[in-house]
Design a protein around this ligand. Sequence first.
Ligand SMILES: C[S@@+](CC[C@H](N)C(=O)[O-])C[C@H]1O[C@@H](n2cnc3c(N)ncnc32)[C@H](O)[C@@H]1O
Length: 213
Amino acid sequence: MRLDVFTLVPHAFAWLTEQRPVAAVLGGELDLRLFSYRETTPLRAGEVDDEPYGGGAGMVLRVDVVAAALDDVYGGVPPHRVVALSPQGRGLTQDVVEELAKEEHVTLLSARFEGFDERIVEHLCTDSISIGPYVLSNGDLPAMVVLDAIARRLPGALAAGSGEFESFSAELDGGLEYPHYTRPPEFRGWRVPDVLLSGDHAKIERWRKEHVR
Ligand SMILES: C[S@@+](CC[C@H](N)C(=O)[O-])C[C@H]1O[C@@H](n2cnc3c(N)ncnc32)[C@H](O)[C@@H]1O
């Protein structure tokens, strides 16, 4: 899939693109492009936001700035999904991630300060997504959360077998994964459940099913 992110800080995504699973699918299943509103802003000196009509604190990302960025890359409002990252959006769940991962092309828009001029969400976006009921300083961490969650669902992102039995997956009936343990088998008197050390795969499978949370 192609994922385009519009942001004020494209370089902030560098760390994530060096890590698995994003690094594993980049250039293959995932074509990630990062665009800065500043590169195409029609305002002078790279300005992108302005004071809110009606007064109040903070700055608002301008509709003409976002429209210019979309015009530059797509020649207008694109036919594919354009998602505003916003605390007012639909909550991000694994179902929403699965839905996004099936798209061929998705655009994510990040804002900062007071957020988007509402006309951006109404006229330039198809929908908006919130990563949770709390406010972050800008949409870049939310964009990275969405990017990472999508990348995990793309073919080749994870080692075979490690992506299926995950929390929220259909394989676990949408539940939370069972607990994991590794060496040592005992630490400060805290023992790993005997069944997991037994080598009896049928019993281990049963134990795991019983311990889905
Ligand atoms: C400081 S927030 C704006 C908060 C907004 N004034 C409000 O009260 O809802 C700036 C930007 O960060 C991003 N953002 C902050 N929290 C978010 C969340 N929970 N989910 C998605 N995006 C978020 C959005 O792009 C938002 O426009």
